[in-house]
Design a protein around this ligand. Structure first.
Ligand code: PLP
Length: 385
């Protein structure tokens, strides 16, 4: 269609096609094994699929309550209390959302005003900055170091000022697979104590954590919890990223404001899926089995790579593993990722685009939420390098 006569200025002039789309398209074109994007290639539990079908058959096909199906919020509240010893009232402090992305977008939209600064740790998942910019906010970066992606709390403290409205954290962290320790969370809490900052805590990989570590949710820490939106994703937890359903928990005074935006952006979330989630989430083994399930996959992948030229530190959480290729080539990560697809038929994600100033760390990110046979095929390719 010829609409070129229409004049407007883009609200996101710097937004480009994401690296996920670029890599995904190239992977499909070359029929490559795809360890790039973060979603499983194995089937969803038949019980969960049946629950959705049953909910539809029973007639739960009209709008759900704006805040989410009450029974689901009740079970989410119980889960957080059992795991993190914090009570969020289902009536006023929990909202079901269209995935964690909408929870994050809504929290940012509800609180960030023009000129407000929002601190983001880099490398960062790519939905934070556009949401900040669309609301007139200014992203302020704290770069995690390349050797282990540990936060430098002094550098973080230096970025906090009167203008800081919000801080976004992500643990377990995509793309590095690093987790914030209890000490990290205490440092964060201490630094923010004298401030007026709100925290958006992206905890979508809360149940994918390894080697016996406990997830240090922002909800565990008294002062942090008072200022935090804890954002979670059933898509990640139950292998259903395509269903786009998650939730957000925050103190009433913050959640009241969040819901004002939520009700006019989406109003409510897919009703039959919420009904199914309530029945499924109720059985705690459905999420407590995740660490061992994914740790087996991480270990299979890393065991297979022993003796290869790639260096790695085992991922502490998420279903991503970084592989350091510095012994193999000094190519940029984007060039190597493209060559891996076109010449070797294996797709991964170059992470420089998630770093401040596109810093090159000499690593690629591989998603191990895949069938074991897929992981074995990937290992054979990586070993041939
Ligand atoms: C760190 C992080 N946050 C948020 C999301 C989005 O979650 P959802 O699909 O529930 O919107 C992802 C998905 O890859 C992610 O990795």
């Amino acid at each position: 269609m010829a609409s070129s006569h229409l004049k407007f200025s883009s609200k996101l002039p710097n937004a480009k096609t994401t690296i996920f789309t670029t890599v995904g398209n190239l992977a499909r074109k070359h029929n490559a094994i795809d360890l790039s994007q973060g979603f499983p290639n194995f089937e969803v539990d038949q019980k969960l699929r049946n629950l959705v079908t049953n909910a539809m058959q029973k007639g739960h096909n009209q709008y759900a309550p704006m805040q989410g199906y009450y029974r689901l919020r009740e079970i989410i509240s119980q889960k957080i209390e059992i795991l993190h010893n914090r009570i969020y009232k289902p009536e006023t402090e929990i909202t079901v959302t269209v995935g964690a992305t909408q929870a994050i977008f809504t929290a940012i939209t509800a609180f960030v005003n023009k000129g407000d600064e929002v601190v983001v740790f880099k490398p960062a998942y790519d939905c934070y900055e556009p949401a900040i910019e669309l609301n007139g906010g200014i992203p302020i970066y704290v770069q995690l170091d390349a050797d282990g992606y540990k936060p430098d709390w002094q550098a973080f403290k230096n970025k906090i000022s009167e203008k800081t409205r919000m801080v976004i954290i992500n643990t377990p962290h995509n793309p590095s697979g690093r987790i914030f320790s209890k000490e990290d969370m205490l440092q964060l809490q201490e630094i923010l104590k004298p401030t007026n900052c709100i925290v958006v805590s992206d905890e979508v990989y809360e149940h994918i954590i390894f080697d016996g570590n406990a997830h240090q949710s922002a909800s565990r820490f008294d002062d942090l919890a008072q200022r935090s939106f804890v954002c979670a994703s059933f898509g990640k937890t139950f292998h259903v990223t395509g269903w786009k359903i998650g939730y957000c928990a925050a103190p009433e005074v913050l959640m009241r404001e969040f819901r004002k935006t939520h009700q006019f952006a989406v109003f409510c979330v897919d009703h039959p899926v919420q009904r199914a989630m309530a029945d499924y989430l109720w059985k705690e083994e459905n999420y407590l089995s995740l660490p061992s399930f994914y740790q087996e996959k991480r270990d299979l992948f890393l065991e297979g790579l022993k003796g290869s030229k790639f260096k790695f530190k085992p991922s502490e959480g998420t279903y991503f593993q970084l592989l350091d290729y510095s012994k193999i080539t000094d190519e940029s990560d984007e060039d190597l990722a493209k060559r891996l697809i076109t010449e070797y038929k294996l797709a991964s994600i170059p992470i420089s685009s998630f770093n401040a100033n596109n810093r090159q760390d000499g690593v690629l990110r591989f998603c191990f939420a895949k069938k074991n046979e897929t992981l074995k095929q990937a290992i054979d390719i990586l070993k041939s390098f």
